[in-house]
Design a protein around this ligand. Structure first.
Ligand SMILES: [Zn+2]
Length: 315
């Protein structure tokens, strides 16, 4: 029996999971990430030692927020963990644990999980779009993860959709994630309620009168209950999402889109499906990509990292 250890290293916590060779979860736990370079390294190595002692492991797969070098061993930089610059994570763990280690960007790992075991199964060219605070992406082209020449591919949230549009955290303006993400949904709802409290009465009731408390899931709940304002916000966000997917199709022509993340709800899926053909080039003359919701949620990064590590063992 082969066991794999997978870690998903985020800015505040490290999720750890031991998987068997069928990728069934054997055991999982979480530890705080820590702040300094030595704290984080200590937490990661301690988790790896624990996994090795408890289960015996054949390889380690790591999903981490950051720009990973093409050899999938070194983290070039990470916005979530700023002390990681040219950081040889795989070398450090291999020296301690003596098993192969593979490091993958968290969005790519989640995309790979969907392609190999989730809603993207059977696809040849799949694009995963993760909708949360922002909009992330992963590309699987010709059944392989596509990282780009500099490890920067798949940043679908920063497609420039609107010239002189809303300012984005990346320093540019009018990026897709400012119009189609969990945050965009919230921002639109807050603006709409302040502009017209009467039309926003259902949302105001749900947020106890404080528009600042409006979240994406609250807008979803109101829309599900038939609230017209919330439905219109979903139509607008879904339309932007459909337009973004059509822009991706113009370049990559995938057969499948998988929508994941906390804001990927059935309602947004329906709106994106209806908007997509309107923006698709030669829409009536071509097959349309399937647009589906993701199978996995928060554990997608770990499952993807575990699968990539297992493939490494079987190479
Ligand atoms: Zn941007």
């Amino acid at each position: 029996m082969v066991n794999i250890f997978a870690l998903d290293i985020g800015g505040t916590k490290i999720a750890c999971g031991i998987y068997d060779e069928n990728l069934d979860l054997v055991r999982e736990w979480k530890v705080p990430t820590g702040k300094s370079l030595s704290d984080i390294e200590g937490a990661v190595l301690k988790a790896c030692r624990r996994a090795r002692e408890e289960a015996g492991i054949a390889a380690i797969g790591i999903s981490a927020a950051g720009n990973i070098k093409p050899d999938r061993r070194t983290i070039a930089f990470s916005t979530n963990i700023p002390c990681w610059i040219e950081y040889p994570l795989a070398d450090i763990i291999e020296a301690e644990c003596k098993v192969p280690v593979i490091v993958e960007n968290d969005a790519n790992a989640a995309g790979w999980a969907e392609f190999a075991h989730g809603s993207g199964q059977g696809s040849s060219n799949m694009v995963m779009v993760t909708l949360g605070t922002g909009m992330g992406g992963a590309l699987v082209l010709n059944k392989e993860l596509y990282r780009g020449s500099f490890g920067m591919a798949g940043e679908v949230g920063h497609l420039p959709m609107v010239s002189s549009g809303l300012p984005c955290g990346c320093g540019l303006f009018g990026c897709a994630e400012k119009y189609a993400s969990g945050t965009a949904l919230e921002t639109l709802a807050k603006q709409a309620v302040r502009r017209d409290p009467e039309a926003g009465s259902k949302l105001l009731e749900l947020c106890e009168g404080d528009p600042e408390k409006i979240t994406g899931s609250l807008v979803f709940a109101a829309a599900e209950a038939g609230d017209e304002l919330s439905l219109s916000i979903f139509r607008e966000t879904g339309s932007w999402l459909g337009k973004t997917l059509a822009a991706i199709s113009a370049v990559l022509d995938p057969d499948t889109y998988v929508l994941g993340g906390s804001a990927a709800t059935p309602l947004l899926l329906a709106e994106a499906r209806s908007a997509y053909p309107k923006f698709l080039q030669a829409s009536s003359f071509r097959p349309h990509a399937e647009i589906r919701l993701a199978k996995f949620s928060g554990d997608a990064g770990m499952i993807g990292a575990a699968d990539l590590a297992l493939r490494k063992v079987r190479e």
